[in-house]
Ligand binder design. Structure first.
Ligand code: GTP
Ligand code: MG
Length: 372
C-alpha cells in the first residue's frame, strides 16, 4: 500500500512541510516533500508532536459531543441559569425592532458605546435576573444549528404583527419551535397601529394549538408595541416566568462547555469566536477545544465588549486565542491542560480531513497506522 508523504502529514497536523522536513533532518532522517514515509518515521513524528499513536487519545476527548453530554449529565451540583431565547416571526413583523428596543432599554448610559458590538447574542438584565437573546439572522440559522444538534434555545418568542396576522413564516416558526420542543411565548406586536387586531391573531393561532390562558389554553400572549416600548417589561417577566417553569439549571463548577454561535477571522485578532457557555465556567487562559480546532482563551469579552475573566452558563462571550476559525454550532470544551487540548484538537482536525478524503467513518491515527 502507498504510504503517506511529508505533505500529507503536514496537512494532517496543520504544520508546514518544511518544518517537518527540518524536524526529520534533526532526527537524522533525510526526506523530500513527496517521499512517502515508513511507519517508524511517522511514529517518531507523532511522538514529537505529542500525538500518541499506540494508546488512543481517550474516546471522550475525540468525541466532543459525547464528552459534552457526559459533562451536562453531571448533576452533582446545579445552579439556576438564565434562559436562552430566540425571537422568530414573519418578515417585517418587528423582530429586529424588538431586539433593538430590548437591548437599548437594558443598556445604561455609560455603556451605550458597547452596544454596537455584534456577537450574535446578548443579555438583557431585569430585576436582578438576565435573559440571553440569540440574535440569529432569521430561521435559517436556527435550522442550521438544530440540524447540527445544537438545541441551544430554551424559549421561542413568536412575534406576530397585529395588523397583519398569521403569515407563512409565522407557521414555519411554530413548526421549528415544536420540532425543537421549545415553549412559545407569543408577542402580538404593533398594537399601537390603528388597524391592529390582536384578537384576530389570537383566534388564528388557536388553529396551531397556541391557545391563550384566558381561553383555557397554556400559551402566554403579550400584547406589545416594539416600536414604542409598550409592555416590554411584561414580556421579559413572562420569559422569566416560563424559565422558572422549565427549571433551567447548570453546574458552573465544572469545566466550561458550550456551543459556537458564530466565528470569523479578524485581521488583527485572528480567529474570533462567539460562544454560548452552557455548562461550567469558561475562564481566560483555559485550554480549549472548539469544533476541530483548539487553543487557549486569550481575551474574553462580554456582549458589551467589556473584557471579562470568567463566564458562567447562559453567558454569551467572544474569545480569541484559537488556532483556526471554528464553525457555528460547533461544540467547545475546556481541557485540563494545553497539551491534551492540542492533541484532541489535532485529532479532530485530522479526523475531519480524513473523513472528507476517504469517506470512511471514524478514522483515527491508530487505524491509520494499521492500514499502512
Ligand atoms: P425582517 O428582519 O425583514 O424579517 O423584519 P423584522 O421582523 O425584523 O421587522 P422590523 O423590526 O424590521 O420592523 C419592520 C417595520 O415595522 C419597521 O418599519 C418597524 O419600524 C415597524 N415596526 C416594528 N414594530 C412596530 C410596532 O410595534 N409598531 C409600529 N407601528 N411599527 C412597528
Ligand atoms: Mg429583522
Amino acid at each position: 500500500t502507498e504510504g503517506m508523504n511529508v505533505q500529507d502529514i503536514a496537512k494532517l497536523i496543520h504544520r508546514e512541510p518544511a518544518e517537518i522536513i527540518k524536524k526529520l533532518f534533526m532526527m537524522g532522517v533525510m526526506v523530500n516533500q513527496n517521499q512517502s514515509l515508513d511507519k517508524d518515521t511517522i511514529e517518531l513524528l507523532a511522538v514529537d508532536y505529542g500525538i500518541k499513536p499506540e494508546e488512543k487519545v481517550e474516546e471522550d476527548i475525540s468525541d466532543l459531543d459525547k464528552y459534552f453530554e457526559k459533562e451536562a449529565a453531571n448533576t452533582s451540583y446545579q445552579e439556576n441559569r438564565s434562559p436562552v431565547v430566540t425571537i422568530m416571526g414573519h418578515v417585517d413583523h418587528g423582530k429586529t425592532t424588538l431586539l433593538d428596543k430590548l437591548r437599548h432599554t437594558s443598556v445604561t448610559e455609560g455603556e451605550a458605546g458597547g452596544i454596537t458590538q455584534a456577537i450574535g447574542a446578548y443579555q438583557v438584565h431585569t430585576n436582578n435576573r438576565s435573559i440571553t437573546f440569540l440574535d440569529t439572522p432569521g430561521h435559517a440559522a436556527f435550522t442550521d444549528m438544530r440540524a447540527r444538534g445544537a438545541d441551544v434555545t430554551d424559549i421561542i418568542v413568536l412575534v406576530v404583527a397585529a395588523d397583519d396576522g398569521v403569515m407563512p413564516q409565522t407557521v414555519e416558526a411554530i413548526n421549528h419551535a415544536k420540532a425543537a420542543k421549545a415553549p412559545i411565548i407569543v408577542a402580538v406586536n404593533k398594537v399601537d397601529k390603528p388597524n391592529a387586531n390582536p384578537n384576530h391573531v389570537m383566534e388564528q393561532l388557536t388553529q396551531y394549538g397556541l391557545i391563550p390562558e384566558d381561553w383555557g389554553g397554556d400559551t402566554i400572549f403579550v400584547q406589545i408595541s416594539a416600536k414604542f416600548g409598550k409592555n416590554l417589561d411584561e414580556l421579559l417577566e413572562m420569559i422569566l416566568l416560563e424559565a422558572d417553569v422549565l427549571e433551567l439549571k447548570a453546574n458552573p463548577k465544572q469545566k466550561g462547555a458550550g456551543t459556537v454561535i458564530e466565528a470569523r477571522l479578524d485581521k488583527g485578532k485572528g480567529a474570533v469566536a462567539s460562544l454560548l457557555v452552557q455548562q461550567g465556567t469558561l475562564r481566560t487562559g483555559d485550554p480549549i477545544v472548539v469544533g476541530n480546532t483548539f487553543g487557549r482563551v486569550r481575551v474574553m469579552t462580554n456582549d458589551r465588549g467589556r473584557r471579562i475573566k470568567a463566564a458562567k452558563p447562559s453567558m454569551p462571550v467572544e474569545i480569541t486565542g484559537l488556532n483556526d476559525v471554528p464553525e457555528s454550532a460547533d461544540k467547545f470544551i475546556v481541557f485540563d491542560d494545553e497539551k491534551t487540548a492540542r492533541a484532541a484538537g489535532e485529532e479532530r482536525a485530522q479526523q475531519a480531513v480524513l473523513k472528507q478524503r476517504q469517506q470512511t467513518k471514524h478514522v483515527t491515527l491508530d487505524n491509520l497506522f494499521e492500514t499502512m
